[in-house]
Design a protein around this ligand. Structure first.
Ligand SMILES: Cc1ncc(COP(=O)(O)O)c(C=O)c1O
Length: 364
């Protein structure tokens, strides 16, 4: 049997008629930027999360960059970030000239909230948790620390559409939640896309200006902005995905259950879910010490895998000037050295998951 790491084509085919209708409607409208599809998607996504405002942009990276900018964070300011994150989470900080201050991961591959206070300095302006792989970070502690130290909170929700901490959705805890709609994400477009969500009217207004050349009225530019708008076609497509997100998240949860209950190879460390958190399993990360051998073996058995991520941002070539080495954050380094993501996506079958379990368990 062959099991793809992900098949976006099969995900599309789950709701093909609805996607085709949405694409046709958007194309035939003759209106492609800042129109009714975006407006209605923003309203529907805000309603899904239970927030006041959603602002659609070109990507999750742009959402992160604009979130830091809208909060007035820039050169000389520090933002506390997880050491075990994706590069885009940190680009949001450095693109604004601010400094990321890394905190190591915990056993859930998320920012270790017990180490955040020690990283706060007089220059700290915000905490930026990243809900890695689809699991919510401990937002109760993060919100409490932020409140006590007068810090803002930006949530990187690129991988966690629909996950909760203490029953409250990720993206609704912080001042701003930043989402990616990259095609593989729990809510994916058929191209790039992203969004910011907030309950703050002033921030929402600023973000709307920032994404559109700093302009509210055509050719009148109130602030220096950029051009990063979620287009009509992607908005129409995302409305279909959003309509089915409970089912697609459930489908991945079922695959995750098959893995969690079925894999019992002592050489494999399974992902843990914190009490208080829900996990939407955007990815299913396992850890194994002999990663190269495992990847070769599993590939020979027809199963696709990926590594998320082999080099953590603090050790990335582009951030050499920050002066960190891989070993500086031991838990993030351990994940970077040992992580392998198994196939998991909405259209994947239980039979395919069962085959993956069998192959993983047979590995010695
Ligand atoms: C944790 C995280 N943050 C940010 C991003 C950036 O999102 P995008 O690819 O839409 O720019 C991604 C997506 O790849 C991500 O996984």
């Amino acid at each position: 049997m062959n099991v793809d790491f992900v098949s976006l084509k099969r995900n599309y085919e789950l709701y093909k008629a609805e996607y085709d209708e949405a694409v046709k409607r958007a194309v035939e409208s003759g209106w492609y930027i800042l129109g009714k599809e975006l407006e209605s998607f923003e309203a529907e996504f805000a309603a899904y999360l239970g927030v006041k405002h959603c602002i659609g942009v070109n990507s999750g990276t742009d959402a992160l960059i604009l979130s830091v900018r809208a909060l007035g964070i820039g050169p000389g300011d520090e933002v506390i970030v997880p050491a075990g994150a994706y590069i885009a989470s940190i680009l949001g900080v450095t693109e604004n000239g601010a400094t990321p201050v890394y905190v190591d991961s915990d056993e859930f591959h998320l920012i270790d909230v017990s180490k955040i206070e020690a990283a706060i300095t007089p220059r700290t302006k915000a905490i930026l948790p990243v809900h890695m792989y689809g699991q919510a970070s401990n937002m109760a502690v993060i919100a409490d620390v932020a409140k006590r130290h007068g810090l803002r909170v930006i949530e990187d929700c690129a991988q966690c559409h629909g996950s909760t901490w203490d029953g409250k959705l990720t993206g609704t805890w912080g001042d701003i939640g930043c989402f990616s709609f990259y095609p593989t994400k729990p809510l994916g477009a058929f191209g790039d896309g992203g969004a910011l969500v907030t309950d703050d009217d002033e921030l929402a207004d600023k973000l709307r200006l920032l994404r559109n050349y700093g302009s509210r009225v055509k050719y009148r530019n109130e602030i220096v902005g950029v051009n990063t708008r979620l287009d009509e076609l992607q908005s129409a497509i995302l409305k279909v995905g959003l309509k089915h997100i409970t089912d697609t998240n459930r489908a991945r949860a079922e695959i995750a259950d098959i893995y969690l209950n079925g894999i019992n190879n002592p050489a494999i460390e399974l992902p843990k879910v914190a009490s208080g958190a829900t996990h939407v399993f955007h990815l299913f990360p396992i850890l194994t010490e002999k990663r190269d051998e495992f990847v070769t073996y599993i590939k020979e058995n027809g199963i696709g895998t990926q590594i998320h991520y082999p080099i953590p941002p603090y050790a990335a070539e582009c951030y050499r000037d920050q002066g960190h080495e891989l070993k500086d954050f031991p838990e993030a380094a351990r994940v970077a050295d040992h992580e392998v993501s198994l196939p998991i996506y909405a259209a994947m079958t239980r039979d395919e998951a069962g085959y993956v379990v069998k192959i993983v368990n047979n590995w010695k």
